[in-house]
Write a new protein. Structure first.
Length: 437
């Protein structure tokens, strides 16, 4: 097999041509736990957390924070790991908050996002001691003020600001432009208006501002520009209202390698560059450097994940196309169906065979759009019973999984220090029917 397919350092091949993940034999793991199967390399996740934390501390000092954007992968064990690694977290729903609580992760270190928090959401989060709300709009701000007052607390918040930057990624994950369902644009005056409104509330403790320009971003200049715009806004607000923002959250979004042609980003180098630029800009504007936060999701967990499937059939339609059907599909990985996302697909066994068959790798759902990947090169002798691996599935795969066609979701097996253990059990048919009355 061409070594270019080994797109992350935790993917390798044994002497006997078997695909290894985190040093463990993927065929053995498939045999032991069954397929479809999500694997997660815990050592890799911890390593990414440490790189982020040490980079932000080097760039911005001890107070800087890294929040794991847990929409990328939300289950109890991940919050335990984040707690052990000293990361804050970003949550977007009470479902995520409840998982956080069950993991005994301290909710005071959590930031609650989302563009529409209901009154019940706000109450649930406050009653359990949420650290911060990242407030999206004026109605929400007033709802939080009312509930904070009722409880006689000062609620810490950040305001979500739209800096008006195009991150050059796919539309579904582009959030920093003025025309966005998220946040308050500086350009339209909405950002200033909501800041003034927040400052006028007696139960709101406005700590600073947040922005998130998009996801799967490779252009590092995007962060420099976002920081630049946000700091100018902070200086402007200070001059107009006297309010000094203590925190600036620059969001998440750093891209990861799904296929060999994707670049690889040096997170530390990038963050240090953002640090330098922020220091210079603050000096120029005559403002103190706020506490800086980053909110990565994908770049912490994506390449720590791999999905294993068993091939059910290899259909070669003469004059047309070849289809390799696997025992999972859009129910455990909807990203190709939703965004046309690229993935690297490899056989788990006998990787030394020539990859001489072009095919579509498809799922088992009753829908033609149930495709994991098109134009994949695989060995022509692939057959029923072979194991296939899809790389880089640690972000937004399990968290976006569904029960379409009443297909149970796969388990998550963690790989740590040469051992493996179940972090999320395989869903059963009875689990799926449990809520039916
Ligand atoms: N912060 C905020 C406010 C966000 O909205 C997001 C992602 C992040 C942080 C983390 O971004 P990351 O570092 O993971 O790129 N389902 C899509 C991704 C949606 C991203 C939503 N927001 C996908 O599968 O590509």
């Amino acid at each position: 097999m061409d070594r270019k397919y080994l797109i992350c350092e935790n993917v390798s091949v044994s002497d006997t041509g078997r695909l290894l993940f985190a040093g463990q034999d993927t065929c053995d793991l498939a045999q032991q736990y069954g397929t479809p199967l999500y694997l997660m390399d815990e050592d890799r996740i911890r390593n990414r957390c440490r790189i982020y934390l040490s980079a932000v501390k080097q760039a911005f000092g001890e107070k800087a924070k890294v929040l794991f954007a847990s929409k990328a992968a939300s289950f109890k064990r991940i919050y335990e790991i984040m707690n052990e690694e000293g990361l804050g977290i970003d949550v977007v729903s009470c479902g995520e908050i409840n998982t956080v609580l069950k993991a005994e992760y301290p909710l005071r270190n959590a930031y609650f996002h989302s563009n529409n928090k209901t009154d019940a959401d706000i109450a649930f989060a406050m009653d359990h001691g949420i650290g911060y709300f990242v407030v999206d709009n004026e109605e929400e701000l007033l709802a939080i003020q009312a509930q904070a007052k009722e409880r006689s607390i000062q609620q810490k918040i950040l305001l979500r600001i739209t800096p008006g930057i195009d991150p050059h990624t796919y539309a579904a994950v582009s959030t920093g432009k003025v025309d966005s369902k998220f946040g308050n644009a500086i350009e339209t005056g909405m950002a200033e208006a909501i800041t003034r409104l927040a400052l006028a509330q007696d139960s709101i403790d406005l700590r600073g501002f947040h922005c998130h320009v998009g996801s799967q971003v490779f252009d590092s200049d995007v962060y420099l520009r976002a920081a630049d715009v946000m700091l100018s806004f902070i200086a402007d607000i200070k001059q107009k209202t006297g309010f000094t923002a203590k925190e600036l959250d620059l969001g998440g979004g750093y891209g990861v390698r799904y296929v060999p042609t994707d670049p690889s980003i040096d997170i530390r180098e990038n963050i240090i560059a953002v640090g330098k630029s922020i220091a210079e800009k603050c000096e120029l504007l005559g403002i103190d450097i706020p506490v800086i936060l980053f909110e990565p999701g994908r770049s912490i967990v994506a390449d720590a994940g791999m999905t294993l499937y068993t091939v059910g059939s290899v259909k070669k339609i003469p004059g047309y196309k070849n289809y390799v059907s696997v025992d999972g599909g859009m129910t455990d990985n909807v990203r190709f169906a939703m965004y046309g996302s690229a993935y690297t697909v490899l056989p788990a066994d006998r990787t030394d065979r020539p990859f001489d068959m072009e095919c579509s790798v498809v799922g088992r759902c009753c829908e033609s759009g149930d495709i994991i990947q098109n134009n994949v090169m695989l060995p022509a002798d692939m057959k029923r019973g072979d194991i296939l691996a899809v790389l880089t599935t640690g972000a937004y795969n399990y968290s976006m999984a569904s029960n379409y066609n009443r297909i149970p979701r796969p388990p998550i097996v963690m790989l740590a220090q040469g051992e493996s253990y179940v972090a999320v059990k395989r869903e059963s048919f009875d689990d799926i029917v449990r809520l039916d009355v």
